[in-house]
Design a protein around this ligand. Structure first.
Ligand SMILES: Cc1cc2nc3c(=O)[nH]c(=O)nc-3n(C[C@H](O)[C@H](O)[C@H](O)COP(=O)(O)OP(=O)(O)OC[C@H]3O[C@@H](n4cnc5c(N)ncnc54)[C@H](O)[C@@H]3O)c2cc1C
Ligand code: FES
Length: 264
């Protein structure tokens, strides 16, 4: 997975705030230095308030890049995300990024990319889809949620849905949806899966893709502090090639890892 090397810490102006559901808001920041260097899968670490609390920055995937602007898709789940979503256009926040590695789009080993996401894990998929489409890849989005209110498919193309309650698309989880769609998708040529969502979902995705011998990468979540490899707040265990376990810092060697390395 390629790593990012041009990290900046800048005060960025919020140019737009747009709610897309009761809990989710898209926040647009003007930060040219991050926009130009960002790759799909990268994240930014944002100080959502100039006050002492919350002390730590909060990590967010880069949802989209538009010229000098980046969009962040934020789900309000606690104090930090609520403060961020309550900001007004024209206000500023400190933004550190682009951070982490990115999805590996190189190589000719796949013609079709399956972007498999759940809940707020759909956040990095728009930037990923745009980049893959520019490379001439066929893109299919498989998006899961508990019910249709959790599906965040805005601006994504070729979408198929899975909901636990059956209120949108396939009734079941997104791995079951993948299983039902895979035979027809495979007819179009070699496939690679790119996935982001709750860690429990990613474990199921990794297990399934490994069984099916599908190339797959998963973008993991963890609590983070510094975002740059100093605090050790984001350590997670992954498999080694020899079958043992090793610890990585998700902010540096992740958030994207090969599905074969996910300890399941
Ligand atoms: C690489 C990365 C990319 C992310 N991208 C996005 C994104 O694009 N959009 C988005 O809305 N969120 C994203 N997140 C999650 C986001 O960082 C957390 O939701 C946020 O930090 C919570 O802050 P808070 O102050 O609102 O919640 P807190 O008050 O800190 O926590 C509220 C509750 O959420 C739990 N929680 C906090 N952080 C996380 C986490 N990282 N994973 C799981 N549970 C957590 C806490 O344990 C607590 O139960 C990402 C996280 C990572 C690591
Ligand atoms: S968040 Fe500090 S080391 Fe990863």
């Amino acid at each position: 997975m390629p790593e990012t090397n041009s990290i900046v810490d800048i005060r960025a102006t919020i140019v737009q705030i747009r709610p897309v559901s009761t809990a989710v808001t898209i926040i647009t920041l003007d930060c040219p230095a991050i926009a130009v260097a960002a790759k799909p899968g990268n994240f930014v670490n944002i100080k959502v308030s100039d006050a002492t609390l919350p002390l730590l920055r909060r990590p967010f995937s880069i949802h989209n890049v538009r010229g000098s602007l980046i969009d962040i898709m934020v789900k309000s789940i606690g104090a930090g995300t609520a403060l961020f979503c309550d900001k007004a256009p024209g206000s500023t926040v400190m933004v550190l990024g682009p951070l982490g590695n990115s999805f590996d789009l190189a190589g000719k080993e796949f013609d079709t990319a399956i972007l498999l996401s759940g809940g707020i894990g759909t956040a990095p998929m728009l930037f990923l889809e745009k980049t893959l489409a520019a490379q001439g890849k066929m893109v299919i989005n498989l998006i899961g949620g508990q019910s249709k209110e959790d599906i965040l498919a805005e601006n994504l193309s070729n979408c198929r849905f899975a909901t636990d309650d059956g209120s949108a698309g396939f009734k079941g989880n997104v791995v079951e949806l993948l299983h039902s769609e895979l035979p027809s998708i495979k007819k179009e040529g070699p496939v690679k899966v790119f996935s982001c969502g709750p860690n429990a979902m990613l474990k199921a995705v990794a297990r399934y893709c490994n069984e099916q011998q599908l190339a797959a990468e998963v973008s993991l979540e963890s609590v983070m502090g510094c975002g740059i490899g100093i605090c050790y707040g984001c350590s997670v265990e992954v498999k080694c090639q020899d079958g043992g376990l090793r610890t990585i810092l998700l902010c540096k060697e992740g958030p994207v890892i090969d599905a074969e390395l996910l300890a399941v």
